[in-house]
Design a protein around this ligand. Sequence first.
Ligand code: SAM
Length: 284
Amino acid sequence: MPHIDANQMVETQRQDWNRVASAWEKWDKVLERNLAFVNYRLIGDARLRLGQQVLDIGCGTGYPALLAAQAVGAAGRVHGLDLAEEMLEVARRKAGSLGITNITFQTADATTLSFEPDSYDAVISRFCLMFLPDIHSTMRQIARLLKPGGYLAAAVWSSADKNPFLKVPMDVLKKFIEMSLPDPEQPGLFRLAKPRELLRVAERAGLQGVTDEEMSGETPFESADEYLASLMEMAAPIQMLFNKLSFSQRSEVQSEIKRTADSYRRGDKIFLPVAIRVVVARKP
Ligand SMILES: C[S@@+](CC[C@H](N)C(=O)[O-])C[C@H]1O[C@@H](n2cnc3c(N)ncnc32)[C@H](O)[C@@H]1O
């Protein structure tokens, strides 16, 4: 594997997600509508119960941390950590408006976790672990901080070909700039897409693999415009590629993405397929 500068990678992530945080707040209702099913699945797979202590790694604007806080109730506690302070500011505002008080948010890098051993009943994470430069070291920390019998439940993107939601813009962008689909061996959207990949990482860190399943679904959008605007404003990795285009290329790319998205129309909505790998492991 070519040398990757882990510090640089983490710093780029921090800047990217801070930059798009306001868009995540703007599009929060669409995000909640389209991907809440993943949160419910993670909360169930992590076997959350009243009174438990839960850690959400890369919770961004509060997914699935806020749902977990409701599941563990007032006697429980959820700690959400994320690199991007601006994303966490949105999460804090959401917790406030929902009246959720058994939750704390911390700006921190998941690659340098330092929690007390055996301190959490469950670790949950949605769409973050594939961005970490050294997933093995983070997983060893997860195995350490979980209590015996505690669960890890994590969602990562499955392969690009099963995710038109993310692949449509990439296919169009590829025609305009030199790029390949993200290397599945490098941190990025599809780094943990292969079956059993993340489960094996968990097992190597000393956890017992429980399940590794692909969950598919569709993300509905009112229009191709809604799809394009929300994705381009929120998806930091895709936005970065888009920003490399010249001004005239941008409008060509936007038109082609909208045309392709429109081929997924059923009735008055557009339904972009998604496939998500949900991995569950347990500390013996
Ligand atoms: C796609 S967003 C997902 C946010 C949220 N979990 C959700 O599903 O809506 C990825 C999040 O991972 C965070 N992240 C990336 N690398 C991280 C790291 N090394 N430590 C902590 N958080 C990280 C980013 O800041 C970003 O908020």
